[in-house]
Design a protein. Structure first.
Length: 125
């Protein structure tokens, strides 16, 4: 197997050029691929490290086109009735994150000090 800097060619290209090519041949931006993965990545496990889920797939190319801050605004707006309940924004976002994680939609559990405190409040209620 060809290697660049000790990495499989596909992994090295992704890290150098900011894109990766999945098993289906589709290019994706690196932020949805292996840059977030701290462990070893190889061509056979590259697909396991993508941050895609059925909701992200439904967004299609918009996922890459819309800035993160805009996605956050859309999510908060949707979860707070168009911003009518902004005081509940963090709770609503973490609550939805927990639901998505619990149902296997996203593998990442709520993390961070604020999110964990909100999860503790939700689960103790």
């Amino acid at each position: 197997m060809a290697r660049i800097l000790g990495l499989p060619v596909a992994v090295a290209r992704a890290r150098l050029f900011g894109v990766c090519v999945g098993a289906d041949g589709v290019r994706a931006r690196a932020r949805r691929c292996l840059f977030s993965h701290a462990g070893p990545v190889n061509e056979s496990t590259m697909h396991l490290h993508a941050k895609d889920n059925q909701y992200a797939s439904a967004a299609g190319e918009l996922l890459d086109d819309i800035p993160k801050a805009v996605w956050a605004a859309i999510a908060v707006s949707a979860l707070t009735c168009g911003g009518d309940h902004l005081d509940l924004a963090q709770q609503k976002v973490v609550q939805e994150w927990l639901v998505l994680h619990t149902n296997g939609i996203v593998p990442q559990a709520p993390r961070g000090k604020t999110a964990k405190a909100i999860v503790a409040r939700i689960t103790n209620s």
